[in-house]
Design a protein around this ligand. Structure first.
Ligand SMILES: Nc1ncnc2c1ncn2[C@@H]1O[C@H](COP(=O)(O)OP(=O)(O)OP(=O)(O)O)[C@@H](O)[C@H]1O
Length: 311
């Protein structure tokens, strides 16, 4: 993972004019590094999907711009693959046909054999070998979503944009697909921007979790850095000493601070969204804080580090 500004969201706003004009969000800034997995969490209607659609080139901001790899986004591109909650597969094509269609759209000069071999590689990657000749109507919800993931990965996008990709699945399938997406993204260094309402999903998958306040007039409140080790396992998350502090911080935001943040943080600079690091108090106390006593250390379960600011 690098810290370059691979994706740079620069002061975007979204407004709808009508009898009552609405500002969904404005002055939204966010930088993402190449290979980073970023999850956005916020309440329904705050504008998460709008931001994702702008990143996909499917919507345009009322103001501002998004730069990806040095180029302003001007519309959809095969460099950016989108996975939605619903699968949007072509019902008359097989699994192979759906993935191959995307592959041949990206590499128009490839012959059939090359397209097929490439598509099969990604079908295998998501565990669908053997089902390549089935049509969507013959597949379970989880299998359809796997096809969507294979199709998105097969065009080797610079960015994967995922809008609640697992929310329609049962818990078991969701867990399995989370494992596979995480494995693939870590192995390939894929850059991902994902929306989720599931705090544990964000903690498992993301390097950074962006907290968005309630709309209208939503802002990015914090970028919470995930302190859990990169080689974390889903079943072991809760054993990590910082897991509960991280989880509580995000839930506290969703339950209360997402509503009150704007009023309570008048000095918030949307260009410098604070980066929050969850850490043990004794490791993160800075000169402005009184060092905790050993009793206090014992009593305090790993707490919250002081926010620092992203440049
Ligand atoms: N065409 C439109 N005209 C007016 N308002 C719109 C229009 N499209 C979307 N909105 C509003 O924009 C806001 C943001 O919508 P968006 O789908 O981005 O939210 P979200 O955070 O992704 O919500 P959810 O979590 O429920 O998917 C919503 O309040 C929605 O009502």
């Amino acid at each position: 993972m690098t810290s370059d500004k691979f994706i740079s969201i620069e002061g975007i706003a979204k407004r709808y004019d009508g009898s009552r004009s609405t500002t969904i969000f404005e002055n939204l800034w966010l930088a993402m590094g190449r290979g980073e997995f970023v999850c956005v969490i916020g309440h329904s209607g705050c504008g998460k999907t709008t931001v994702l659609n702008i990143l996909a080139g499917l919507d345009v901001p009322s103001e501002g711009a998004v730069i990806v790899d040095g180029q302003a986004i001007e519309g959809p591109s095969l460099d950016r693959a989108v996975i939605f909650q619903s699968h949007a597969l072509l019902p008359w094509r097989t699994v192979l046909g759906n993935v191959a269609y995307a592959v041949s759209s990206k590499w128009r000069k490839w012959d059939r054999a090359r397209v097929k071999a490439h598509a099969l590689k990604y079908i295998d990657l998501v565990g669908l070998s053997g089902a390549e000749h089935k049509r969507p109507s013959e597949l379970s919800g989880g299998m359809k979503q796997r096809v969507g993931i294979a199709r998105a990965l097969s065009i080797t996008p610079k960015i994967m944009l995922m809008d609640e990709p697992f929310s329609a699945l049962d818990a078991l399938t969701r867990g399995t697909l989370q494992d596979e997406v995480r494995r693939i993204c870590v192995e390939t260094g894929q850059t991902v921007f994902m929306i989720t309402h599931d705090v544990d999903e964000a903690i498992y998958l993301a390097d950074k979790i962006v907290l968005m306040t309630n709309g209208p007039g939503a802002v990015l409140a914090e970028i919470v850095e995930n302190p859990l080790p990169k080689d974390r396992l889903r079943g072991d998350l809760h054993r990590h000493p910082l897991y509960y502090a991280l989880r509580n911080h995000i839930i506290d935001f969703l339950v209360s601070r997402s509503k009150t943040f704007t009023a309570e943080t008048p000095g918030h600079d949307p260009r410098k969204v604070p980066a929050v690091r969850i850490g043990k108090p004794e490791l993160t106390v800075t000169s402005g804080f009184e060092a905790p006593t050993s009793e206090a250390r014992q009593a305090s379960w790993p707490g919250l580090a002081r926010p620092s600011t992203l440049s």
